[in-house]
Ligand binder design. Sequence first.
Ligand code: FPP
Length: 247
Amino acid sequence: MATSAQQIVTETGDAGALSHVAIIMDGNGRWATKHGKARAQGHRKGADAVREAIEGAVECGVQYLTLYAFSSENWNRPAEEVSDLMGLLKLYLQREIKTLHKQGIRLRIIGRRDRLSADIISMIDKAEEKTAANTRMTLVIALSYGSRDEIVAAMQKLAQAVAKGELSPEDINEARVSSALWTHDIPDPDLIIRTSGEQRLSNFLLWQAAYAEFSFPDILWPDFTKAEFKLAVEDFLGRNRRFGARP
Ligand code: FPP
């Protein structure tokens, strides 16, 4: 009989080799079109699916769950949609922080804060501070996030250290690059899920995804459930990861 994600967690207390799951939540717009609704309603339904993913991750014993909520490219969407998404994120932060905190979940936001409004920055700061000591799981929300932006910022940081004479170019290695990224305190993702049938990274965790496994469920994000999450985890647990080494 196949071992389920839930059984593995029950037997070992965690999901073993699976520490970090990252999700590209795609398909809100198509869900709205399919149901004859406005895009904003697709995003709202998408925010409900976030709860499902968090529950699935907690029940599977995953330590880190990263959600791609708003990319650096999403700023180019029509102003009304950007405003809807930002409003939804604010609402989410207002409503869910208490619950996340009660569940022992730590919140971390990665992305370019200088593009966010002052009220969102303040909410994020407070939420991160309130949940900082929680250890059950870390929920990372990628907001105004672009992997190339992140890599450019890391390169600037390292170049400044070289210019000041604090670092020599020969000492720049993979570990130093990793530690200059916004994800410096977060392990690389083991599994990246992208919903809606699209199979792209779209500027998400490009450096960190070097050895990630991928799952592309053919389901629109608002329809995603914790059962779908567990299916992806079970499939991952059956894979043989070699990290470039011989079998
Ligand atoms: C992609 O669907 C989804 C987004 C750009 C936004 C994701 C945001 C949420 C799920 C809601 C808020 C998030 C949190 C963490 C509360 P799309 O609009 O590109 O869909 P389409 O490709 O079908 O048009």
